[in-house]
Design a protein around this ligand. Structure first.
Ligand SMILES: Nc1ncnc2c1ncn2[C@@H]1O[C@H](COP(=O)(O)OP(=O)(O)OP(=O)(O)O)[C@@H](O)[C@H]1O
Ligand SMILES: [Mg+2]
Length: 361
């Protein structure tokens, strides 16, 4: 078979499979459905926004929830909804604009150079002298170089009473905040619980209705159950499994789930810093007690010339890594007391590849 023949054969095969799909775009992770599933905790956010809309008294909010639990989607949806009601509501993702300065420049839609943060802040205050909501997504990814987190201070101290909504999948993030920011921001903490199996099934069902031509039968429930049990209810993994299942009729659901999980895990591991990569590597030797993993982590830090986290910080990172679906933390009975154990939830080869890339060995 020559190259042309091979290409044509491949094309025919893919075209045949694509017939099973009605609309591929609904499987894009940035797709916003017309009517997302309403989780109970979101009502608290809606209530606060309505209160602000009516009274102008701001109630800042910090939403914490694990990966793929719908934080971004829910808030982007509310942004559109409240915009249509006439409210000024801004959005910035701190992964893309990772300093206070860049965020303000982004909100002002300017390419600021040679202007100080204070000047930008004054400009923002000038152009926005009325109530406005600012959503800062993935706020834990604000650069460590942005030590004072001026944006939070500015928003919470404004005389225009801006309302700030912060989103994070890192439960420990707020504890590292400066005392003066904490006291002026005083955010209400709202925790988005991992979706339950019926909630996941609901989300999958409505996506399947829009995106798939073939009947799904019991598959939706099976994907939902697997995702809740093995992927910390990350909807991305559920959606990708459904997509592969629709596209690859000959492959079993288990294999499609593993493939989806691998795709998503690779994306998450790629975004981690070196310290977290080393913590994962230290935890890769099967289920072990957290204190033993910490010892291995310290040894790895010496080997890779990294400054290790303190034990307390290491513990916060373990919780964070669990919220990303990369580790499983459990309380196990040892003698008469309980000890925390951890294990990886994904194949260590993925990690090794990134360690090689980052540390070159
Ligand atoms: N309530 C919902 N209704 C419909 N789709 C949802 C819902 N919640 C999440 N999804 C889908 O799941 C995927 C992940 O959601 P989202 O990006 O909002 O997660 P997240 O909590 O922001 O995750 P991360 O912590 O990684 O930023 C998206 O494709 C989104 O469309
Ligand atoms: Mg998000």
């Amino acid at each position: 078979m020559d190259i042309n023949e091979y290409l044509k054969k491949k094309e025919r095969r893919i075209a045949k499979r694509m017939v099973r799909l009605r609309d591929v775009s609904v499987f894009d992770f940035n797709y916003v459905p017309d009517s997302p599933l309403l989780r109970e905790e979101l009502k608290l956010v809606i209530d606060a926004l309505v209160r602000y809309e009516k009274t102008g008294i701001a109630n800042n909010i910090l939403i914490v929830g694990s990966r793929g639990c719908g934080k971004t989607l829910s808030l982007r949806y509310l942004q559109e909804l409240f915009r249509a009601r006439g409210m000024t509501i801004h959005y910035a993702n701190c992964r893309l604009t990772n300093t206070s300065y860049k965020i303000l420049a982004h909100l002002l839609r300017v390419r600021a150079r040679g202007v100080s943060f204070d000047e930008l802040a004054a400009r923002f205050a000038d152009t926005c002298q009325h109530k406005a909501v600012v959503i800062l997504d993935e706020v834990d990814l604000l650069s460590p170089k942005d030590r004072d987190k001026d944006i939070l201070y500015f928003l919470s101290r404004s005389t225009s009473n801006y309302m700030t909504i912060l989103l994070s999948n890192n439960p420990g993030w707020a504890t590292g905040l400066d005392g003066s920011i904490q006291s002026s921001l005083q955010p209400e903490h709202i925790f988005f619980r991992p979706y339950t199996v019926p909630q996941l099934a609901d989300i999958l069902q409505s996506r399947a209705r829009e995106g798939i031509r073939i009947a799904t039968g019991p598959t939706i429930k099976e994907i939902a159950a697997r995702t809740a049990k093995h992927a910390n209810s990350d909807v991305r993994i559920a959606l990708k499994t459904l997509y592969y299942w629709a596209l690859e009729p000959g492959v079993g659901l288990g294999d499609n789930f593993e493939r989806a999980r691998r795709d998503v895990v690779v994306d998450v591991v790629r975004s981690l810093n070196e310290k977290n990569l080393l913590i994962l590597k230290a935890g890769a030797a099967g289920e072990r007690q957290a204190k033993d993993v910490y010892e291995s982590y310290r040894r790895l830090c010496i080997r890779y010339r990294e400054e290790p986290y303190s034990y307390q910080h290491f513990h916060t990172s373990l919780t964070y890594l669990q919220s990303l679906g990369l580790t499983l933390l459990m309380s196990t009975k040892v003698n008469r007391s309980f000890a925390k154990t951890m294990q990886l939830t994904f194949p260590v080869e993925i990690l090794d590849e990134f360690l090689r890339l980052r540390f070159g060995q």
